[in-house]
Each structure stands twice: as C-alpha cells, then as structure tokens.
Ligand binder design. Structure first.
Ligand SMILES: CC(C)(COP(=O)(O)OP(=O)(O)OC[C@H]1O[C@@H](n2cnc3c(N)ncnc32)[C@H](O)[C@@H]1OP(=O)(O)O)[C@@H](O)C(=O)NCCC(=O)NCCS
Length: 164
C-alpha cells in the first residue's frame, strides 16, 4: 500500500496537499492552509530519485511523503495525509518507509521541522519517537532550512527541528 510515486501522479499530490492543509484553518493558521504546495517541477526530482512515497490503499494516492538528505541524515521534507484518510496509520507508515530508505543509504537518523504546538505536528512526531533537536545541534543545512522557513514567515508560530 506504501509505494513510490509515479510521475503521472505528481499533479494529484498537489491537490492532496491542499486538502491536508485545511485543518490548519481550524487552529487559526489559515496562512499555512493557504501555503502553495510544491509544484510538479519541484516534486519531480524527488519522484525521479525514489524519494517520494505514496499511500494508495485503493490505487489512488491519499497520502505522500518526500525526503531529502540534510546534514547526512534522512529528512522528511513534507508528509501529508488527506483528512478523509487521517488517523489510520498512513502517516506513520510513510515515515517508516522514509526511515527504511535512510537506513538503506547508511543515513544514521531522520530529521524534520514542524510546528511545536499543533497537535498533529510535534506532539504527533514525539509519539512516533522523535525528540526536539536543540539549535546548537543543527548542522549547516538544517540551519539553512530553518532560516528559509523564518524568512517565509512560518516562525509566526513556534517551530522546532526534531530527530529520530
Ligand atoms: C500529520 C499527519 C501527516 C499525520 O498522518 P496520519 O496518517 O493522520 O497519522 P497516523 O494515523 O500515523 O497517526 C495518528 C495520530 O496522529 C495525530 N493526529 C492526526 N491528526 C490529528 C488531528 N487532527 N488532531 C490531533 N492529532 C492528530 C494523533 O496523535 C493521532 O493519534 P490518535 O488517532 O490515536 O489520536 C496528517 O495529519 C497530515 O497530513 N496533517 C496535515 C499536514 C501536516 O501537518 N503535515 C506536516 C507538516 S509539518
């Protein structure tokens, strides 16, 4: 059910991500819900390099994850689950797929950045075994990601880097 994405599915992942963003509206974070998803051109390198996974229980993707290598660790760049299919373990299974990919490449850990106080963000990842990585422990690439996020205005709400 978890598999690599096909190139023809990338446009649908954009729509999926828009849907996954809607719950942010209910916690006063409409700007995050309105954040433009990755373009197909941005998704393509992940897909071509085998770093874009989908959950497709009935054939069509209802969740996806894209991963990078950041400071020598696997890094969850984005994970999105369609609200109609949330809380069924798809997010956890996608993260496990990224972890298996990282391990297969000899990458010692998995990192991500997320909102500290949004229930389905940092508290969720803590339940999956991630812990907050203090700024002093960030490598240069993770620091650059955080700086880019701050420049985009994401730090209006507390954000953290996490590692497993
Ligand atoms: C975060 C996300 C990927 C989790 O995927 P998922 O498949 O729903 O998660 P799982 O089924 O593996 O785990 C379910 C757990 O996630 C947390 N969770 C998921 N949705 C939640 C919500 N709306 N409110 C509170 N907790 C939630 C809970 O801990 C839940 O456990 P529970 O059902 O026992 O309470 C998904 O909710 C999502 O796409 N959210 C919007 C996009 C997003 O925030 N992406 C991350 C950006 S940093």
């Amino acid at each position: 059910m978890i598999r690599l994405a096909h190139a023809r599915e990338l446009a649908a992942l954009r729509e999926l991500e828009r849907a996954a963003g809607t719950p942010f509206r209910e916690v006063g974070m409409a700007e995050i819900a309105d954040d433009e998803p990755f373009s197909v051109a941005e998704l393509r390198p992940y897909q071509a390099d085998g770093r874009c996974w989908v959950a497709a229980p009935a054939g069509t993707p209802v969740a996806y994850l894209v991963a990078d290598v950041v400071d020598g660790n696997g890094h969850v760049e984005q994970v999105s689950v369609r609200p109609s299919h949330a809380r069924r373990g798809l997010g956890r299974r996608l993260i496990d797929a990224a972890a298996a990919w990282a391990a297969s490449r000899g990458l010692p850990a998995l990192t991500l950045t997320t909102f500290r106080d949004v229930p389905w963000n940092a508290p969720y990842y803590a339940r999956l075994g991630f812990r907050v990585l203090p700024a002093a422990a960030w490598g240069p690439e993770l620091r650059a990601i955080r700086e880019h996020e701050a420049a985009r205005g994401l730090d209006r709400w507390p954000r953290v880097a996490m590692i497993r």
